[in-house]
Ligand binder design. Structure first.
Ligand code: ADP
Ligand code: MN
Ligand code: MN
Ligand code: MN
Ligand code: MN
Length: 335
């Protein structure tokens, strides 16, 4: 007998990478092995030398197909064995290793927006819904659009064994959030990419698409972010480490280095309005949803816990955001 292995990888699309997948039939008892694909069709190769290599790095039970079928997350390599330039997971690996003793943990809040055709789900044809106010964590058909898809996606994530900490309806109609974590840098990033794949795949069966666009609707509507919550063992034990992490993110060139890698179009989302801080001015504060980095109120009371970097866009690459935060904060905390 055989099972189906859905090989999932991240492509080379600019400015934001896309998920790709294809199916391999594997004999029962055999592991998903190395495979290949046509990189010229995914912006990862020229047609003249198009072969790229898929190397499995994590497997999950496939909640769509059920049974013994698997989802297989892959890294992309060149045929000479070097990581492909689009392979940002390979760049995270050595940084995660170097600072593993500090036990970094991440929880990422993935916001996204459903679309039906060319309009956000819940936006009437040719018009606009009532202004923001009642939609966030709302209930009822006048405020909530797409809950059946959201529930199915949550069940699929849990059946795949992902560490989801919660879900909620967001500020704009058709906008939702799920949170992955807390987990190590590689685990949270792998699981976020799988949860994203499951989101697109689950919505597909409802004839609905999901986008990670940071500004899916023009006008007075909230954007979509990927707030990135972070702690180390020191931060989970003392407040001086919490403050040092916040300070480290604001030192020298760090604010710009981070912002440049926090997702395409981040400047358009971090305007200073709609619960954001302006991208050009780094700030941190307790309970402040208008700051770049927020210290949750409970963390100030407990004098330990985690911080929330509110800047990353919904379309951010988690391998990159976790690499930068670990590098910046763990270097400072380890000094
Ligand atoms: P918000 O109030 O900003 O909407 P959420 O409840 O959506 O907060 O998300 C908080 C996130 O913080 C969750 O993903 C959770 O897993 C994560 N988290 C909790 N504790 C820690 C910790 N010690 N280190 C890192 N992340 C954490
Ligand atoms: Mn072919
Ligand atoms: Mn949240
Ligand atoms: Mn949110
Ligand atoms: Mn948040």
């Amino acid at each position: 007998m055989t099972y189906k292995a859905e090989y999932i990888w991240i492509d080379g699309s600019e400015p934001t990478a896309k998920l790709r997948s294809k199916t391999k039939i594997i004999a029962d008892g055999a592991e998903p092995g190395t495979w290949g694909f046509d990189g010229s069709s995914t912006n990862q190769a020229e047609g003249r030398s198009s072969d790229r290599v898929l190397e499995p790095v994590a497997t999950y039970p496939d909640p769509i197909r059920g049974g013994t079928h698997l989802l297989v997350l892959c890294e992309v390599f060149n045929i000479d064995g070097t990581p492909h330039e689009s392979n940002t997971r390979a760049q995270l690996r050595p940084v995660a290793d170097r600072f593993a003793a500090q036990q970094p943990l991440f929880g990422i809040e993935q916001e996204y927006t459903f679309f039906k055709g060319s309009r956000p789900l819940g936006f009437p044809d040719g018009g606009y819904p009532a202004p923001q106010g009642g939609y966030y964590c709302g209930v009822g058909a006048d405020e909530i659009y797409g809950r059946a898809v959201v529930e199915k996606h949550l069940d699929n994530c849990l059946a795949a064994g992902l560490t989801i900490s919660g879900i909620n309806a967001e500020v704009m109609p058709g906008q939702w959030e799920f949170q992955v974590g807390p987990l190590s840098p590689l685990e949270v990033s792998d699981q976020l990419w799988i949860a994203r794949w499951l989101l697109h795949r689950t919505a597909e069966d409802f004839g609905i698409s999901a986008t990670l666009e940071p500004k899916p609707a023009r006008g007075d509507w909230n954007g979509a972010g990927a707030h990135t919550n972070f702690s180390t063992s020191a931060m989970r034990e003392n407040y001086a480490a919490i403050i040092e992490a916040c300070e480290a993110l604001g030192r020298g060139d760090k604010p710009l280095e981070h912002i440049r890698n926090y997702g395409a179009g981040v400047e358009a989302r971090l305007t200073g309005a709609h619960e954001t801080a302006p991208w050009s001015e780094y700030s941190y504060g307790v309970s402040d949803r208008g700051a770049s980095v927020r210290i949750p109120w409970q963390v100030e009371i407990d004098k330990m816990g985690y911080i929330e970097d509110r800047r990353p866009n919904a379309n951010v690459d988690p391998y990159t955001v976790t690499r930068l935060i670990v590098d910046t904060c763990c270097t400072a905390l380890g000094a």
